[in-house]
Write a protein that binds this ligand. Sequence first.
Ligand code: NAD
Length: 433
Amino acid sequence: MTPYEKLTPPKDGEKITIDDKGKLVVPDKPIIPYIAGDGIGPEVVEAMRAVVDAAVKKVYIGKKEIIWFEVFAGEKAREIYAADYSEEQLKKMDPKKIRDLFLPIDTLKAITEHIVAIKGPLTTPIGGGFRSLNVAIRQRLDLYSCVRPAKHIKGVPAPVKHPEKVDMVIFRENIEDVYSGIEFEPESADAKKLIKFLNDELGTNVLMESGIGIKPMSWANTSRLVRMAINYAFEKNYKSVTLVHKGNIMKFTEGKFKDWGYKLAAEEFPDTVISEKDLWDNYDGKLPEGKILIKDRIADSMFQQILLRPDEYDILALPNLNGDYISDALAAQIGGLGFAPGGNIGDKAAVFEATHGTAPKHAGKNKVNPGSVIFSAVMMLDYMSWVEAVEMINKAIEKTVLQKKVTYDIARQLKDVKPIGTSDFAEAIISNM
Ligand code: NAD
């Protein structure tokens, strides 16, 4: 009997597991659940699977293979799990029930059991109550870190003079901050109740008609994010981790993020991570081999730094909102969201995803750039330590872009270049392997 309500797992393949030291154990034929997504999702995910399968086949000559397992969320989940409900019924439904129809328990269970998954973009369904399916996936699977590498691909037009100087990886806190969803509508009974409490009991002076949101930030969530960022810096030979915050203004949330980041580094990496003060007091400003520098920058200044001195920064660890802005700014700086990958990573599961949305006006036209989800798959392969496949796809994409075989979003920024379609771009990458 299948443990799922409406899913049939593949017969072939094995599950990825995590050993007792927390390390990923990847079999030669891992089962990877994927969500095709809405809008342009299915076409970019199809292109991604073709590229990944071709690279894995070419590099491992049949020894390794990904066994894909389609699971559902968004509109496709609605067709399968909510077929019995009319639009009207859905509109009146309890928000949690709607969420379970668009993000079924089956899907969360499949990802939890198989540990590594990948997804296309999703439209947030009608009805209120929860903000986005993507946020729901991150929160329900405790994927506490949103990881977004930003590195320029040769040949991709960029708005800055030296995009090649950007090589940063963002670790954005994914669970709390103003994204925790604790927010009350202006003039609502809940907003008024909370404002009355704040004004009467805590001496604040908030206007009664205000909308109000809460910004929780904790040691628990900050410390695990910064730990992941530092471990990644060591693993990938990066030289620094920068805590990006607005602690000069929001002292007990963003300020604590900074303090806790330094505290975690001092407690858990006392011999290997050094502060800027330490660097100048004891090492004459030269980072010794094998050590990592931890520093902090105020968020507004960081927006200048990524433009003016990008080569001085490697890993950035940020609270949720700062991370959201900076990751899009960095993606734009090196040529746009079309190639920007992302992964949502926790201790027990990881979901890699395209960073753009569903672009409904382009859906079904075989036109858009599948680069974002392909590079997200590259991150996924790297996470699985299939580094040979990573290298092959990276090189093939660079070659393809340098041949000016690109989709419309890149072609329109180049002179006299005719765009190719989504599937042709995937084919061109494969032929360059
Ligand atoms: P969007 O990213 O879907 O589209 C913005 C514009 O970017 C598009 O019009 C298109 O010109 C361009 N674009 C996006 N992806 C592209 C690609 N792969 N290749 C070429 N051009 C591309 O953002 P939006 O219009 O703000 O949102 C549309 C829907 O997507 C909304 O329902 C939103 O909730 C959802 N969304 C989902 C995610 C996600 O699933 N992670 C992220 C953002 C938005």
